[in-house]
Design a protein around this ligand. Structure first.
Ligand code: ADP
Ligand code: MG
Length: 484
């Protein structure tokens, strides 16, 4: 179905989407045992008796996982349960040696929070049903008639973040994923690397006629493992359901598996087959208590969150929304800007610093993290200070910046040593202008007979003659006067 056809159907039909996202918590060791959580290790090298479910092995909860989950709970304004409980979720599959997964059921750690995001520049809240703790299962891979099991992931701590059916388009669902991704990275809760399976999304999708209050029958899409596919998979499912109903059929309550290569989904199991997990409280684990000091520590160490930070960049720094969005995309990038503005000691420098970061600095970094920047916030603040006070031109600033990146020298030092100060003295520039006009009589004549855009040619000549050091606005003004 083309985008246009889908858009036409969406005038009559309203999609309803709820997402269940598994976020890997950034701990060194597993949720209930000491083996490591490293990615890419030799298969089955990160196991221990608890992970393997050997008789007599007992789980013991990793408090670091609790602390990380609490950070997410507090950042989403969730109600935190002072005492929550782990439950066993039973199912039979080779990647789950114990025969059950430790999860949370009727007493999750967090409830009723929300994730904030921007849609078309408007602040929007997506309400959360719950955030609970659980352990990951292992991974099966299939090779012809053989299947292999790797238990390195088994027991890795996860948070499952479940939204209410609050999302109404595939774009919003994708934006929600980006907002959650940004948030967990800001908080240090998870690296959120989807390619390493650190963030995985199941999407519940239904459609209903616009104006209808009741929810339609939903399907659950599994195996959406990249940001790009969140939107594609949901769009595809919305279109499939609408077409089905319009053709006189009905949506089946079923779980479907998204096939990214085929760009479509296949039924995996129907409602009748939906497992009975026989949840019950895990007798091996005591209730999990959250004490006052732990809560205080989490609350007092909360960073400024991405959404308020973006709004502050627009409000206080006067940045355009898109620029503020880019610069708050990663916490370290935003903190670099804040540090540079602080070093500049002048809010008026915020915009030039931001725009220099967006063009020059990001280009130099070429995808590497800002922590590897060859120029510090203090160094960039000094450079931009020289531009704003017209000691050097913006064009020369780029050359100075390139030298700073190469040698680590300060902007001021480079400018003095290489004699790069902008020439703003009319007495110096005037004779140069006159010479250039005298040397180019043909262009001067054309300018005078109305070809205004030749002014750029003359200013360019002056720049050439001064190695780019002539004050650009003064140069233009002077040339105009002398030509006119
Ligand atoms: P389950 O126990 O099957 O996972 P839940 O009631 O916990 O079901 O809901 C799981 C997810 O499905 C939640 O994100 C919820 O918002 C979403 N959801 C529930 N009903 C619908 C619906 N009719 N359409 C879309 N999403 C729905
Ligand atoms: Mg579910």
């Amino acid at each position: 179905m083309s985008a246009g056809e889908l858009a036409a159907l969406l005038e009559t039909w309203e999609p309803v989407i709820g997402l269940e996202v598994h976020v890997q918590l950034a701990t060194e060791s597993k949720a209930f045992s000491p083996s490591a959580t490293a990615f890419g290790a030799e298969p089955n090298s990160l196991t221990d008796p608890t992970v393997l479910g050997l008789p007599g092995a007992l789980p013991s909860f990793n408090v670091k996982a609790l602390e990380l989950a609490l950070r997410l709970g507090v950042a989403t304004g969730s109600k935190i349960r002072a005492k929550c409980r782990f439950a066993r979720k039973h199912y039979f599959y080779p990647d789950l040696p114990k025969g059950y997964q430790i999860s949370q059921y009727d007493e999750p750690l967090c409830e009723d929070g929300a994730i904030e995001m921007f849609v078309d520049g408007q602040r929007k809240k997506v309400r959360l049903q719950r955030i609970h703790l659980e352990e990951d299962a292992g991974k099966n891979t299939h090779h012809g008639t053989t299947s292999l099991v790797d238990l390195n992931r088994a027991g890795v701590p996860l948070c499952e973040v479940v939204t209410l059916p609050d999302l109404h388009s595939a774009e919003d669902a994708a934006e929600y994923m980006r907002a959650l991704h940004r948030l967990v990275r800001y908080l240090g809760v998870s690296e959120g690397d989807m390619e390493k399976g650190q963030m995985r999304c199941d999407a519940n999708v239904s459609v209903r006629r616009r104006g209808e209050d009741r929810l339609g029958t939903r399907t659950e899409l599994k195996n959406i493992n990249s940001f790009r596919f969140v939107q594609r998979a949901i769009e595809h499912e919305i279109a499939r359901q609408i077409r089905l109903i319009e053709d006189g059929g009905a949506v089946e309550r079923e779980t479907r598996l998204w096939d990214a290569e085929a760009g479509s989904s296949q039924p995996m199991r129907s409602k009748e087959e939906i497992a009975d997990y026989r949840y019950f409280p895990d007798p091996d684990l005591p209730p999990l208590a959250v004490d006052g000091p732990t809560m205080r520590q989490v609350i007092t160490s909360m960073p400024e969150l991405p959404v308020p930070k973006l709004e502050r960049f627009v409000r206080e720094y006067g940045l355009a929304f898109d620029d503020a969005a880019t610069l708050t995309g990663e916490r370290e990038l935003a903190e670099y800007l804040d540090a540079a503005v602080r070093a500049a000691g002048d809010g008026a420098l915020a915009r030039p610093i931001a725009s220099f970061m967006l063009t020059e600095l990001l280009r130099v970094l070429d995808g590497r993290p800002i922590a590897t920047s060859p120029v510090t916030p203090v160094g960039l603040a000094e450079l931009m200070g020289l531009v704003v006070s017209e000691v050097i031109s913006g064009k020369i600033a780029k050359d100075v910046f390139a030298t700073m990146c190469k040698t680590g020298e300060s902007a001021r030092f480079i400018v003095e040593r290489d004699d790069l100060r902008q020439i703003s003295d009319e007495a110096v520039l005037r004779p140069l202008c006159e010479q250039i006009i005298a040397d180019n009589p043909r262009q001067a004549g054309q300018y005078r007979s109305g070809k205004d855009n030749l002014l750029g040619f003359f200013v360019g000549q002056l720049m050439k003659a001064t190695q780019g050091k002539a004050n650009p606005s003064l140069s233009a003004e002077l040339m105009k006067k002398l030509l006119g």
